[in-house]
Ligand binder design. Structure first.
Ligand SMILES: *[C@@H]1O[C@H](CO)[C@@H](O)[C@H](O)[C@H]1NC(C)=O
Length: 561
């Protein structure tokens, strides 16, 4: 088979402590979930019997009882609603003791009570346990696909025709069958999600087909994501002033939970998935910009000063390379990376390079969010102009943005990769601005968005991470995903269809399970509970790590390979 490579250089490496620890956690979750399902089955079974008995009794006594006492029906309803509560208990909350006060003792946590096989806790946590098992199972599949010899990888071939064909067909379907209408707001959430979605599709196809010729466009897309990080987060914090740690940690969980487990299970560096550290850092910086001295956020001058301070910070920490290196050196374990196919060299380079490319654009995103009302007012003023003037104004605007866009294309975009990267940090705001201004020019354009791309835009993090292990393959720790997952060798297009369906479905499930687990563990507004859960997680991780190290040690000592 021509499209399958030899497997000489593929290696999973020896099992690591992290992998053993995750396996231990996974097996524990399976056991607990099985018990929870069993208990639930028993209860609903018991309930069914009970309801049967109820119905029979009710039938025997018949209407007479109801006529005699109208309350009987009411009693019945109450009884069955109690049953229902037992079968499907509410989401786990901290133990509430008899006095009605919240109980923060470790032993009252759902986690501890599940471990001690307490029935109520297991039943109440059934959904979370199911999510944990599903999440773990998907990661096991990642390991099987990307680290074992079971799946032979295919190699990439680029055909511009195929890439464009796939993108156009998808866009036709998205535009023809998934148009959504909402209020004509400038850069409405559904619109930014749609934007993320179609960019993600091109970004992924770029990886799948190794389409080197659109490298510069991909850099712009990544800049647009980072722009949206600044835009979305600024809007949120500026409007809500919700600087609570609960919300902060929920966001950190969302950004890093999946990637953490991918790193552990596949023995990869965090930096292999560079989008995650980059968005995490810039999200924290937006948060910091607004949370520090938040009582001054009401003043426009203060906001502009903060934005200026952000530029100054970025200038000092990136533009002066030695400052960047000095600050990050202690965090090398987190941000260091070496491509195993090109060993040696500067382990910090990848982080410096990736974060440098988009170092300013998140600040521009904050500026756009801050000026959003003004941009909106301007566009609405154009909408309400008298017909002839409106047409002329719009024509002028279109002409203006198209000329700017073309000039950028000609002088910047067409540069070769290395030269392009040098100017990218200072120019990426141009195509982004041109795009969102043109995209929002008329109320009709603001009103519509493509739901299919919006849906894909919600799971970009999962499709980004998932592509490494269940669409593309890297086949070795820290390897770049240079192979293709090939389930139907010899049928590249059919294989693409099958593998893509699997990959998108799994990404969506990862998105949902990450959310369920987040809700089970990270409370939004109970900081004490958050602290307790955090400490418990540290303790559990510590115990799991010890277990992992001991197992690995034991194996080495016994000489098992
Ligand atoms: C903040 O940025 C992160 C990272 O891009 C993103 O996932 C999240 O949705 C943003 N938050 C808001 C409120 O837009």
């Amino acid at each position: 088979m021509a499209d399958v490579t030899t497997t000489d250089e593929f290696t999973a490496g020896p099992l690591t402590a992290g992998q053993v620890a995750c396996l231990g956690a996974y097996i524990t979750a399976i056991v607990l979930w099985t018990v929870a399902e069993y208990l639930n089955y028993n209860r609903s079974h018991a309930k069914k019997h009970q309801t049967h008995a109820h119905t029979e009794a009710a039938e025997l006594e018949g209407k007479a009882l109801l006529e005699l006492n109208g309350g009987a029906a009411h009693v019945d309803v109450e009884a069955s609603s109690v049953d229902a509560a037992a079968v499907q208990p509410s989401t786990p909350t901290p133990g509430i003791d008899a006095a009605g006060k919240a109980n923060y003792a470790w032993t009252s946590s759902a986690f501890y009570r599940c471990l001690t096989l307490e029935e109520d806790a297991l039943l109440a946590s059934r959904e979370a346990l199911r999510s944990a098992v599903e999440f773990g199972t998907i990661l096991v599949w990642f390991y099987v696909a990307d680290r074992t010899q079971l799946i032979a990888p295919g190699t990439k071939t680029y055909t511009r025709d195929v890439l464009l064909f796939i993108f156009l067909v998808l866009t036709a379907v998205a535009g023809g069958y998934s148009l959504k209408q909402h209020r004509p707001l400038v850069l409405h959430r559904t619109q930014t999600e749609e934007w993320k979605g179609w960019m993600q599709v091109l970004f992924l196809l770029y990886h799948y087909y190794n389409a080197k010729e659109i490298y510069n466009a991909i850099r712009v897309f990544i800049a647009a994501y980072v722009w949206m990080t600044g835009f979305g987060n600024f809007s949120y914090y500026y409007r809500t002033a919700d600087f609570g740690v609960g919300r902060f940690f929920q966001m950190m969980w969302r950004l890093n939970f999946l990637v953490l487990f991918c790193c552990l299970v596949l023995n990869n560096s965090y930096m292999l998935y560079y989008i995650c550290p980059m968005h995490t850092l810039f999200t924290i910086m937006v948060y910091g910009a607004l949370a520090i001295g938040s009582r001054y956020n009401k003043s426009d001058t203060a906001i502009w000063l903060k934005i200026a301070a952000c530029f100054a910070t970025v200038f000092v920490f990136w533009e002066l390379k030695f400052v960047f290196y000095t600050i990050w050196r202690p965090f090398m374990f987190l941000v260091g990376y070496t491509d195993p196919r090109r060993p040696g060299g500067d382990r910090m380079y990848e982080w410096f390079f990736r974060s440098s490319l988009d170092r300013y654009i998140w600040i521009y995103g904050m500026m756009c969010a801050f000026m959003h009302p003004k941009i909106e007012k301007f566009l609405q003023a154009v909408d309400t102009m008298e017909v002839k003037r409106r047409r002329v104004t719009r024509a002028v605007l279109i002409g203006l943005f198209c000329s700017i866009g073309y000039a950028w294309y000609h002088f910047v975009y067409c540069l070769p990769k290395v030269e392009y990267n040098k100017v990218h940090p200072y120019t990426s705001w141009i195509p982004i601005t041109v795009f969102f201004m043109l995209r929002n020019l008329t109320p009709q354009m603001r009103t519509f968005s493509m739901g299919l791309y919006g849906w894909l835009g919600c799971i970009t993090l999962e499709t980004y991470i998932g592509q490494f292990h269940t669409w593309l393959l890297s086949k070795r720790p820290d390897g770049q995903p240079i192979y293709l997952l090939t389930l139907l060798p010899g049928y590249p297009l059919l294989n693409f269809a099958v593998v893509t369906a699997l990959y998108v479905a799994l990404s969506h499930r990862l998105f949902l399970t990450t959310g369920t687990l987040k809700d089970a563990v990270v409370p939004h507004d109970d900081n004490r509970l958050l602290l307790r859960n955090g400490l418990m997680m540290v303790a559990v991780a510590g115990a799991a790590a010890c277990f992992g190290f001991l197992m690995v040690e034991a194996r080495t000592m016994l000489g098992v390979v």
